[in-house]
Design a protein around this ligand. Structure first.
Ligand code: SAH
Ligand code: SF4
Ligand code: F3S
Length: 474
Protein backbone atom coordinates (compact mmCIF):
# COMPACT_ATOMS: atom_id res chain seq x y z
CA UNK A 1 0.00 0.00 0.00
CA UNK A 2 5.25 1.00 -1.50
CA UNK A 3 2.43 2.84 -0.18
CA UNK A 4 0.10 0.09 0.71
CA UNK A 5 -2.64 1.30 -1.39
CA UNK A 6 -0.68 -0.35 -4.17
CA UNK A 7 -3.77 -2.08 -3.17
CA UNK A 8 -5.86 -0.89 -5.81
CA UNK A 9 -3.33 -1.32 -8.52
CA UNK A 10 -3.51 -4.71 -10.02
CA UNK A 11 0.11 -4.83 -9.11
CA UNK A 12 2.02 -8.00 -9.20
CA UNK A 13 4.88 -8.90 -7.01
CA UNK A 14 7.05 -11.89 -7.37
CA UNK A 15 7.76 -12.70 -3.85
CA UNK A 16 10.92 -14.20 -2.62
CA UNK A 17 12.23 -15.14 0.75
CA UNK A 18 14.87 -17.26 2.32
CA UNK A 19 13.06 -19.60 4.55
CA UNK A 20 14.90 -21.92 6.82
CA UNK A 21 12.41 -24.64 7.16
CA UNK A 22 12.07 -27.90 8.89
CA UNK A 23 10.91 -30.50 6.49
CA UNK A 24 11.02 -33.38 8.93
CA UNK A 25 7.75 -35.36 8.90
CA UNK A 26 6.81 -33.81 5.61
CA UNK A 27 8.03 -36.44 3.26
CA UNK A 28 5.41 -35.78 0.63
CA UNK A 29 6.35 -32.15 0.20
CA UNK A 30 10.03 -32.42 1.10
CA UNK A 31 12.27 -29.88 -0.65
CA UNK A 32 9.52 -28.49 -2.80
CA UNK A 33 9.39 -25.00 -4.13
CA UNK A 34 6.47 -22.61 -4.21
CA UNK A 35 6.17 -19.56 -6.43
CA UNK A 36 3.60 -17.06 -5.17
CA UNK A 37 2.37 -14.16 -7.24
CA UNK A 38 0.12 -11.64 -5.51
CA UNK A 39 -2.35 -9.22 -7.04
CA UNK A 40 -4.67 -6.63 -5.60
CA UNK A 41 -4.51 -4.84 -2.29
CA UNK A 42 -2.06 -4.85 0.59
CA UNK A 43 -4.28 -7.28 2.45
CA UNK A 44 -3.75 -9.81 -0.31
CA UNK A 45 0.02 -9.29 -0.25
CA UNK A 46 -0.06 -9.68 3.50
CA UNK A 47 -2.11 -12.89 3.16
CA UNK A 48 0.54 -14.30 0.83
CA UNK A 49 2.98 -13.94 3.73
CA UNK A 50 0.64 -16.02 5.88
CA UNK A 51 0.34 -18.62 3.13
CA UNK A 52 4.14 -18.74 2.80
CA UNK A 53 4.37 -19.35 6.53
CA UNK A 54 1.79 -22.19 6.45
CA UNK A 55 3.61 -23.79 3.51
CA UNK A 56 7.05 -23.38 5.10
CA UNK A 57 5.78 -25.64 7.90
CA UNK A 58 5.09 -28.21 5.19
CA UNK A 59 8.60 -27.97 3.82
CA UNK A 60 7.98 -25.59 0.94
CA UNK A 61 10.65 -23.01 0.15
CA UNK A 62 9.75 -19.81 -1.62
CA UNK A 63 11.17 -19.26 -5.04
CA UNK A 64 11.14 -16.23 -7.29
CA UNK A 65 11.70 -18.44 -10.33
CA UNK A 66 8.47 -19.80 -11.73
CA UNK A 67 10.40 -22.35 -13.86
CA UNK A 68 11.67 -24.17 -10.79
CA UNK A 69 8.35 -24.24 -8.91
CA UNK A 70 6.50 -27.42 -7.95
CA UNK A 71 3.58 -25.30 -6.82
CA UNK A 72 2.42 -22.04 -8.42
CA UNK A 73 -0.01 -19.94 -6.40
CA UNK A 74 -1.79 -16.87 -7.71
CA UNK A 75 -3.28 -14.74 -4.95
CA UNK A 76 -6.01 -13.01 -6.90
CA UNK A 77 -8.10 -9.85 -6.89
CA UNK A 78 -11.69 -9.33 -8.08
CA UNK A 79 -12.06 -5.62 -7.47
CA UNK A 80 -12.48 -4.72 -11.15
CA UNK A 81 -13.11 -6.78 -14.25
CA UNK A 82 -9.64 -5.96 -15.54
CA UNK A 83 -8.03 -7.44 -12.42
CA UNK A 84 -9.74 -10.76 -13.12
CA UNK A 85 -8.84 -10.65 -16.79
CA UNK A 86 -5.17 -10.24 -15.89
CA UNK A 87 -5.33 -13.43 -13.81
CA UNK A 88 -7.01 -15.43 -16.57
CA UNK A 89 -4.26 -14.40 -18.97
CA UNK A 90 -1.62 -15.28 -16.44
CA UNK A 91 -3.05 -18.78 -15.97
CA UNK A 92 -2.71 -19.37 -19.72
CA UNK A 93 1.02 -18.57 -19.39
CA UNK A 94 1.36 -21.73 -17.31
CA UNK A 95 -0.20 -24.06 -19.90
CA UNK A 96 3.05 -25.12 -21.55
CA UNK A 97 4.75 -25.56 -18.17
CA UNK A 98 1.97 -27.83 -16.99
CA UNK A 99 2.22 -29.91 -20.18
CA UNK A 100 5.94 -30.35 -19.65
CA UNK A 101 5.59 -31.15 -15.97
CA UNK A 102 2.49 -33.16 -15.05
CA UNK A 103 3.31 -32.94 -11.35
CA UNK A 104 3.15 -29.14 -11.34
CA UNK A 105 0.33 -27.88 -9.12
CA UNK A 106 -1.42 -24.61 -9.95
CA UNK A 107 -3.53 -22.99 -7.27
CA UNK A 108 -5.70 -19.92 -7.15
CA UNK A 109 -6.10 -18.12 -3.84
CA UNK A 110 -7.78 -14.94 -2.68
CA UNK A 111 -10.75 -12.95 -3.82
CA UNK A 112 -11.29 -14.40 -7.27
CA UNK A 113 -11.17 -17.92 -5.82
CA UNK A 114 -13.82 -16.88 -3.33
CA UNK A 115 -16.02 -15.14 -5.89
CA UNK A 116 -16.02 -17.92 -8.48
CA UNK A 117 -15.68 -20.95 -6.19
CA UNK A 118 -16.22 -24.27 -8.01
CA UNK A 119 -16.88 -22.46 -11.27
CA UNK A 120 -13.19 -21.60 -11.39
CA UNK A 121 -12.23 -25.27 -11.53
CA UNK A 122 -14.74 -25.83 -14.32
CA UNK A 123 -13.72 -22.76 -16.33
CA UNK A 124 -9.96 -23.03 -15.91
CA UNK A 125 -9.11 -26.69 -16.23
CA UNK A 126 -5.44 -26.01 -15.62
CA UNK A 127 -6.15 -25.05 -12.04
CA UNK A 128 -5.88 -27.79 -9.39
CA UNK A 129 -6.58 -25.82 -6.26
CA UNK A 130 -9.05 -23.06 -5.32
CA UNK A 131 -8.73 -21.60 -1.84
CA UNK A 132 -10.57 -18.59 -0.38
CA UNK A 133 -9.05 -15.98 1.98
CA UNK A 134 -10.30 -17.61 5.18
CA UNK A 135 -9.29 -21.17 4.28
CA UNK A 136 -5.49 -21.02 4.08
CA UNK A 137 -5.02 -23.29 7.07
CA UNK A 138 -6.48 -26.11 4.97
CA UNK A 139 -3.80 -25.71 2.28
CA UNK A 140 -1.65 -28.64 3.50
CA UNK A 141 -4.66 -31.02 3.42
CA UNK A 142 -5.80 -29.73 0.06
CA UNK A 143 -2.31 -30.15 -1.40
CA UNK A 144 -2.27 -33.71 -0.15
CA UNK A 145 -5.58 -34.26 -1.93
CA UNK A 146 -4.25 -32.74 -5.16
CA UNK A 147 -1.12 -34.87 -5.01
CA UNK A 148 -3.49 -37.84 -4.85
CA UNK A 149 -4.97 -36.80 -8.18
CA UNK A 150 -8.07 -34.89 -7.07
CA UNK A 151 -8.92 -31.21 -7.29
CA UNK A 152 -8.78 -29.27 -4.03
CA UNK A 153 -11.25 -26.58 -3.02
CA UNK A 154 -12.09 -24.72 0.18
CA UNK A 155 -13.88 -21.39 -0.04
CA UNK A 156 -15.55 -21.35 3.36
CA UNK A 157 -15.63 -17.89 4.87
CA UNK A 158 -15.25 -17.54 8.60
CA UNK A 159 -16.49 -15.13 11.25
CA UNK A 160 -13.45 -15.73 13.47
CA UNK A 161 -10.37 -16.47 11.39
CA UNK A 162 -7.67 -13.77 11.77
CA UNK A 163 -4.57 -15.99 11.48
CA UNK A 164 -3.52 -14.26 14.69
CA UNK A 165 -1.10 -17.02 15.72
CA UNK A 166 0.64 -17.32 12.35
CA UNK A 167 3.91 -15.52 12.06
CA UNK A 168 4.08 -14.19 8.47
CA UNK A 169 7.12 -14.90 6.30
CA UNK A 170 8.13 -11.41 5.18
CA UNK A 171 8.11 -11.73 1.42
CA UNK A 172 9.86 -9.23 -0.87
CA UNK A 173 10.55 -7.11 2.19
CA UNK A 174 13.25 -4.47 2.28
CA UNK A 175 13.74 -5.26 5.98
CA UNK A 176 12.62 -1.71 6.81
CA UNK A 177 8.84 -1.58 6.24
CA UNK A 178 6.33 -4.30 7.06
CA UNK A 179 2.57 -4.75 7.24
CA UNK A 180 0.55 -6.01 10.15
CA UNK A 181 -2.93 -7.18 9.35
CA UNK A 182 -5.21 -6.02 12.21
CA UNK A 183 -8.57 -7.09 10.89
CA UNK A 184 -10.24 -8.99 8.07
CA UNK A 185 -13.39 -8.69 6.01
CA UNK A 186 -15.69 -5.71 5.60
CA UNK A 187 -19.25 -5.04 6.76
CA UNK A 188 -19.79 -1.86 4.81
CA UNK A 189 -21.52 -2.98 1.66
CA UNK A 190 -20.60 -0.06 -0.57
CA UNK A 191 -22.89 -0.80 -3.51
CA UNK A 192 -20.08 -1.03 -6.11
CA UNK A 193 -17.77 -3.25 -4.12
CA UNK A 194 -17.13 -6.97 -4.26
CA UNK A 195 -14.95 -7.12 -1.12
CA UNK A 196 -17.71 -7.97 1.40
CA UNK A 197 -18.53 -10.99 -0.79
CA UNK A 198 -14.95 -12.15 -1.22
CA UNK A 199 -13.63 -11.43 2.26
CA UNK A 200 -16.69 -12.00 4.41
CA UNK A 201 -17.67 -10.38 7.68
CA UNK A 202 -15.49 -7.91 9.49
CA UNK A 203 -13.51 -9.22 12.45
CA UNK A 204 -10.69 -7.70 14.48
CA UNK A 205 -7.55 -9.43 15.58
CA UNK A 206 -6.49 -9.97 19.17
CA UNK A 207 -4.62 -6.87 20.44
CA UNK A 208 -1.91 -8.93 22.14
CA UNK A 209 -1.07 -10.86 18.98
CA UNK A 210 -0.74 -7.54 17.11
CA UNK A 211 1.56 -6.15 19.81
CA UNK A 212 3.62 -9.34 19.78
CA UNK A 213 4.05 -9.08 16.00
CA UNK A 214 5.01 -5.42 16.38
CA UNK A 215 7.59 -6.27 19.04
CA UNK A 216 9.03 -9.00 16.84
CA UNK A 217 9.38 -6.59 13.89
CA UNK A 218 11.09 -4.02 16.09
CA UNK A 219 13.55 -6.65 17.33
CA UNK A 220 14.28 -7.61 13.73
CA UNK A 221 15.18 -3.99 12.96
CA UNK A 222 12.08 -2.85 11.04
CA UNK A 223 11.53 0.91 11.10
CA UNK A 224 8.04 1.31 9.71
CA UNK A 225 4.87 -0.68 10.22
CA UNK A 226 1.58 -0.26 8.37
CA UNK A 227 -1.56 -1.51 10.12
CA UNK A 228 -3.84 -3.04 7.53
CA UNK A 229 -7.54 -3.54 7.12
CA UNK A 230 -10.29 -2.62 4.66
CA UNK A 231 -11.65 -0.29 7.29
CA UNK A 232 -9.08 0.06 10.08
CA UNK A 233 -10.99 2.72 12.02
CA UNK A 234 -13.72 0.25 12.87
CA UNK A 235 -11.18 -2.01 14.63
CA UNK A 236 -12.85 -3.24 17.80
CA UNK A 237 -11.59 -6.03 19.98
CA UNK A 238 -13.07 -7.17 23.23
CA UNK A 239 -10.67 -8.65 25.72
CA UNK A 240 -12.35 -11.96 26.63
CA UNK A 241 -11.04 -11.81 30.20
CA UNK A 242 -11.64 -8.20 31.20
CA UNK A 243 -14.46 -7.55 28.69
CA UNK A 244 -12.89 -4.16 28.02
CA UNK A 245 -13.12 -2.98 24.43
CA UNK A 246 -10.08 -1.82 22.47
CA UNK A 247 -10.80 0.78 19.78
CA UNK A 248 -8.60 1.70 16.83
CA UNK A 249 -7.37 4.83 18.63
CA UNK A 250 -6.30 2.68 21.59
CA UNK A 251 -4.61 0.16 19.34
CA UNK A 252 -2.79 2.93 17.49
CA UNK A 253 -1.48 4.36 20.74
CA UNK A 254 -0.39 0.95 22.04
CA UNK A 255 1.46 0.18 18.81
CA UNK A 256 3.08 3.64 18.67
CA UNK A 257 4.39 3.20 22.22
CA UNK A 258 6.27 -0.02 21.40
CA UNK A 259 9.19 1.98 19.96
CA UNK A 260 9.16 5.74 19.35
CA UNK A 261 11.79 5.21 16.66
CA UNK A 262 9.50 3.07 14.53
CA UNK A 263 6.95 4.76 12.31
CA UNK A 264 3.32 3.72 12.28
CA UNK A 265 1.05 4.02 9.26
CA UNK A 266 -2.41 2.60 8.65
CA UNK A 267 -4.70 1.94 5.71
CA UNK A 268 -7.57 2.22 4.80
CA UNK A 269 -9.75 4.68 6.69
CA UNK A 270 -13.44 4.88 5.88
CA UNK A 271 -14.44 8.53 6.38
CA UNK A 272 -17.46 7.54 8.47
CA UNK A 273 -15.36 5.78 11.10
CA UNK A 274 -12.32 7.99 11.64
CA UNK A 275 -12.92 9.67 15.00
CA UNK A 276 -11.49 12.72 16.76
CA UNK A 277 -9.94 10.26 19.19
CA UNK A 278 -7.93 8.78 16.32
CA UNK A 279 -6.93 12.23 15.06
CA UNK A 280 -5.78 13.36 18.53
CA UNK A 281 -3.84 10.12 18.99
CA UNK A 282 -2.10 10.75 15.65
CA UNK A 283 -1.29 14.30 16.70
CA UNK A 284 0.07 13.17 20.08
CA UNK A 285 2.70 10.74 18.75
CA UNK A 286 5.52 11.88 16.49
CA UNK A 287 6.01 8.37 15.19
CA UNK A 288 2.42 8.08 13.93
CA UNK A 289 2.74 9.35 10.37
CA UNK A 290 0.76 12.43 9.46
CA UNK A 291 -0.95 10.88 6.50
CA UNK A 292 -4.48 9.56 6.05
CA UNK A 293 -5.81 7.62 3.10
CA UNK A 294 -9.46 8.68 3.18
CA UNK A 295 -11.18 7.52 -0.02
CA UNK A 296 -14.06 9.78 -1.04
CA UNK A 297 -15.13 7.72 -4.12
CA UNK A 298 -17.27 10.62 -5.39
CA UNK A 299 -17.64 14.30 -4.53
CA UNK A 300 -21.38 14.28 -5.15
CA UNK A 301 -23.98 13.54 -2.47
CA UNK A 302 -26.51 11.78 -4.72
CA UNK A 303 -23.84 9.44 -6.06
CA UNK A 304 -22.46 8.86 -2.55
CA UNK A 305 -25.94 7.85 -1.44
CA UNK A 306 -26.26 5.42 -4.34
CA UNK A 307 -22.83 4.08 -3.46
CA UNK A 308 -24.05 3.52 0.10
CA UNK A 309 -21.02 5.32 1.50
CA UNK A 310 -23.16 6.65 4.41
CA UNK A 311 -21.76 10.21 4.25
CA UNK A 312 -22.50 13.10 1.94
CA UNK A 313 -20.31 15.82 0.45
CA UNK A 314 -20.82 18.23 3.35
CA UNK A 315 -20.09 15.60 5.99
CA UNK A 316 -16.90 14.60 4.19
CA UNK A 317 -15.81 18.23 3.89
CA UNK A 318 -16.32 18.67 7.66
CA UNK A 319 -14.07 15.65 8.22
CA UNK A 320 -11.38 17.12 5.97
CA UNK A 321 -11.60 20.44 7.85
CA UNK A 322 -11.31 18.64 11.17
CA UNK A 323 -8.19 16.74 10.07
CA UNK A 324 -6.40 19.91 8.95
CA UNK A 325 -7.55 21.72 12.10
CA UNK A 326 -6.08 19.07 14.41
CA UNK A 327 -3.02 18.33 12.23
CA UNK A 328 -2.18 21.21 9.89
CA UNK A 329 0.80 19.25 8.56
CA UNK A 330 -1.22 16.14 7.68
CA UNK A 331 -1.61 14.99 4.08
CA UNK A 332 -4.70 13.21 2.82
CA UNK A 333 -5.06 10.92 -0.18
CA UNK A 334 -8.10 9.38 -1.82
CA UNK A 335 -9.67 6.82 -4.13
CA UNK A 336 -12.17 7.98 -6.73
CA UNK A 337 -14.44 6.18 -9.15
CA UNK A 338 -15.34 7.88 -12.44
CA UNK A 339 -18.62 7.20 -14.22
CA UNK A 340 -20.60 5.39 -11.55
CA UNK A 341 -24.16 4.47 -12.64
CA UNK A 342 -26.19 7.50 -13.80
CA UNK A 343 -23.44 10.02 -12.92
CA UNK A 344 -24.02 13.32 -14.77
CA UNK A 345 -21.40 15.82 -15.95
CA UNK A 346 -22.33 18.17 -13.10
CA UNK A 347 -21.92 15.37 -10.55
CA UNK A 348 -18.55 14.51 -12.05
CA UNK A 349 -17.54 18.17 -11.61
CA UNK A 350 -18.25 17.74 -7.88
CA UNK A 351 -15.56 15.06 -7.77
CA UNK A 352 -13.10 17.39 -9.51
CA UNK A 353 -13.85 20.21 -7.08
CA UNK A 354 -13.43 17.83 -4.13
CA UNK A 355 -9.82 17.19 -5.17
CA UNK A 356 -9.20 20.93 -4.97
CA UNK A 357 -11.04 21.32 -1.67
CA UNK A 358 -9.50 18.35 0.12
CA UNK A 359 -6.05 19.08 -1.33
CA UNK A 360 -5.28 15.41 -1.81
CA UNK A 361 -1.58 14.71 -2.05
CA UNK A 362 -2.39 11.81 -4.40
CA UNK A 363 -5.30 9.68 -5.51
CA UNK A 364 -5.91 6.20 -6.82
CA UNK A 365 -8.45 6.56 -9.55
CA UNK A 366 -10.57 4.08 -11.48
CA UNK A 367 -13.50 4.04 -13.80
CA UNK A 368 -16.50 2.10 -12.60
CA UNK A 369 -16.47 -1.61 -13.31
CA UNK A 370 -19.69 -3.46 -12.56
CA UNK A 371 -19.14 -6.47 -10.30
CA UNK A 372 -21.64 -9.34 -10.42
CA UNK A 373 -23.74 -9.78 -7.29
CA UNK A 374 -23.15 -6.31 -5.85
CA UNK A 375 -26.08 -4.02 -5.00
CA UNK A 376 -25.12 -1.66 -7.81
CA UNK A 377 -25.14 -4.51 -10.33
CA UNK A 378 -28.58 -5.59 -9.17
CA UNK A 379 -30.16 -2.15 -8.81
CA UNK A 380 -28.52 0.33 -11.16
CA UNK A 381 -27.80 0.10 -14.88
CA UNK A 382 -24.13 0.59 -15.76
CA UNK A 383 -25.18 3.35 -18.14
CA UNK A 384 -22.24 5.74 -18.45
CA UNK A 385 -20.59 4.88 -21.79
CA UNK A 386 -17.02 3.62 -21.59
CA UNK A 387 -15.58 6.56 -23.54
CA UNK A 388 -17.27 8.98 -21.11
CA UNK A 389 -15.95 7.04 -18.10
CA UNK A 390 -12.46 7.16 -19.56
CA UNK A 391 -12.65 10.87 -20.33
CA UNK A 392 -13.90 11.66 -16.81
CA UNK A 393 -11.15 9.53 -15.35
CA UNK A 394 -8.56 11.41 -17.42
CA UNK A 395 -9.97 14.71 -16.09
CA UNK A 396 -9.76 13.47 -12.50
CA UNK A 397 -6.15 12.40 -13.05
CA UNK A 398 -5.27 15.76 -14.60
CA UNK A 399 -6.80 17.82 -11.77
CA UNK A 400 -5.09 15.57 -9.21
CA UNK A 401 -1.74 15.95 -10.99
CA UNK A 402 -2.05 19.74 -10.89
CA UNK A 403 -3.14 19.80 -7.22
CA UNK A 404 -0.30 17.43 -6.24
CA UNK A 405 2.18 19.67 -8.03
CA UNK A 406 0.86 22.84 -6.37
CA UNK A 407 1.06 21.19 -2.95
CA UNK A 408 4.56 19.91 -3.61
CA UNK A 409 5.68 23.42 -4.56
CA UNK A 410 4.75 24.49 -1.01
CA UNK A 411 7.33 22.02 0.28
CA UNK A 412 10.23 23.75 -1.51
CA UNK A 413 12.86 24.84 1.00
CA UNK A 414 11.35 22.78 3.85
CA UNK A 415 13.34 20.14 5.68
CA UNK A 416 11.71 16.79 6.44
CA UNK A 417 12.71 13.75 8.40
CA UNK A 418 12.95 10.96 5.84
CA UNK A 419 13.20 7.24 6.46
CA UNK A 420 15.74 5.97 3.92
CA UNK A 421 14.22 2.97 2.11
CA UNK A 422 16.98 2.22 -0.40
CA UNK A 423 18.44 3.30 -3.72
CA UNK A 424 16.26 5.48 -5.90
CA UNK A 425 14.81 3.63 -8.89
CA UNK A 426 16.71 5.77 -11.35
CA UNK A 427 20.18 5.95 -9.86
CA UNK A 428 22.26 4.07 -7.32
CA UNK A 429 23.92 7.35 -6.46
CA UNK A 430 20.65 8.51 -4.87
CA UNK A 431 18.58 7.29 -1.97
CA UNK A 432 14.81 7.38 -1.84
CA UNK A 433 12.59 7.48 1.19
CA UNK A 434 9.39 9.04 2.47
CA UNK A 435 8.57 11.74 4.93
CA UNK A 436 5.87 11.39 7.55
CA UNK A 437 3.36 12.75 5.01
CA UNK A 438 4.12 9.78 2.75
CA UNK A 439 5.78 11.88 0.07
CA UNK A 440 8.62 10.23 -1.78
CA UNK A 441 11.90 12.20 -1.62
CA UNK A 442 15.00 11.49 -3.71
CA UNK A 443 18.39 12.76 -2.55
CA UNK A 444 22.10 12.08 -3.14
CA UNK A 445 23.70 9.51 -0.85
CA UNK A 446 25.96 10.79 1.89
CA UNK A 447 28.64 8.98 3.90
CA UNK A 448 27.31 7.71 7.21
CA UNK A 449 23.74 7.16 6.00
CA UNK A 450 22.23 3.79 5.05
CA UNK A 451 18.77 2.34 4.37
CA UNK A 452 16.76 2.18 7.59
CA UNK A 453 18.30 5.43 8.91
CA UNK A 454 16.43 8.67 9.34
CA UNK A 455 17.85 11.71 7.55
CA UNK A 456 16.92 15.39 7.59
CA UNK A 457 16.35 16.24 3.94
CA UNK A 458 15.88 19.72 2.52
CA UNK A 459 13.59 19.93 -0.54
CA UNK A 460 15.18 21.68 -3.51
CA UNK A 461 13.09 20.59 -6.50
CA UNK A 462 9.61 19.13 -7.02
CA UNK A 463 7.44 17.43 -9.64
CA UNK A 464 3.82 16.33 -9.20
CA UNK A 465 4.99 12.90 -8.08
CA UNK A 466 8.25 13.38 -6.17
CA UNK A 467 10.38 15.76 -4.20
CA UNK A 468 14.13 16.05 -4.69
CA UNK A 469 16.50 17.34 -2.09
CA UNK A 470 19.71 16.92 -0.15
CA UNK A 471 20.63 15.73 3.31
CA UNK A 472 20.95 18.55 5.75
CA UNK A 473 23.24 16.97 8.36
CA UNK A 474 22.55 19.60 11.03
N1 SAH B 1 -11.73 -0.50 1.77
C1 SAH B 1 -11.28 0.55 0.98
C2 SAH B 1 -11.19 0.25 -0.49
C3 SAH B 1 -10.90 -1.08 -1.01
S1 SAH B 1 -11.00 -1.31 -2.74
C4 SAH B 1 -12.24 1.71 1.17
O1 SAH B 1 -13.33 1.54 1.60
O2 SAH B 1 -11.87 2.79 0.82
C5 SAH B 1 -9.94 -0.04 -3.36
C6 SAH B 1 -10.63 0.92 -4.27
O3 SAH B 1 -11.07 0.29 -5.46
C7 SAH B 1 -11.89 1.55 -3.71
O4 SAH B 1 -11.62 2.58 -2.82
C8 SAH B 1 -12.58 2.04 -4.95
O5 SAH B 1 -12.18 3.34 -5.30
C9 SAH B 1 -12.10 1.06 -6.02
N2 SAH B 1 -13.19 0.17 -6.43
C10 SAH B 1 -13.84 -0.73 -5.67
N3 SAH B 1 -14.80 -1.34 -6.40
C11 SAH B 1 -14.76 -0.80 -7.63
C12 SAH B 1 -15.51 -1.00 -8.83
N4 SAH B 1 -16.51 -1.86 -8.87
N5 SAH B 1 -15.17 -0.27 -9.92
C13 SAH B 1 -14.16 0.62 -9.88
N6 SAH B 1 -13.42 0.85 -8.78
C14 SAH B 1 -13.72 0.16 -7.66
FE1 SF4 C 1 -15.45 -2.15 -0.33
FE2 SF4 C 1 -16.67 -0.21 0.93
FE3 SF4 C 1 -15.69 -2.25 2.31
FE4 SF4 C 1 -14.05 -0.50 1.18
S1 SF4 C 1 -15.49 -0.07 2.83
S2 SF4 C 1 -13.88 -2.71 1.12
S3 SF4 C 1 -15.11 0.05 -0.68
S4 SF4 C 1 -17.38 -2.32 0.86
FE1 F3S D 1 -8.08 -6.68 -2.11
FE2 F3S D 1 -8.84 -7.09 -4.56
FE3 F3S D 1 -9.71 -8.64 -2.69
S1 F3S D 1 -8.55 -5.15 -3.63
S2 F3S D 1 -9.71 -7.45 -0.84
S3 F3S D 1 -7.59 -8.40 -3.34
S4 F3S D 1 -10.89 -7.89 -4.37
Amino acid sequence: MAHLQSTSMESNINVEADILHDSVNNSYTKNKKVFIESYGCAMNHSDSEIVASILAEEGYTNSSKVEEADLILLNTCSIRDKAEETIRHRIKDFKAMKRANRGLIIGVLGCMAERLKKKFLEEERLVDLVVGPDAYRSLPDLLYQVEGGEKGINVLLSREETYADISPVRLSSNGISAFISIMRGCDNMCSFCVVPFTRGRERSRDLFSILAEMQDLVEKGYKEVTLLGQNVDSYKWENPETKSVVTFAMLLEAVAKVDPNVRIRFSTSHPKDITDEVLFTMAAYDNICKYIHLPVQSGNSRILEMMNRTYDREWYIDKIDRIYEIMPDCTISSDMIAGFCSETEAEHQDTLSMIEYAKYSLSYTFYYSERPGTTAARKYPDDVPLDVKKRRLAEIIEVQRRVSHELNLLDLGKTFEVLIEGDSKKSDKDFSGRNSQNKMIIFPKMAGYKPGDYAQVKVLEVTSATLKGEINPH
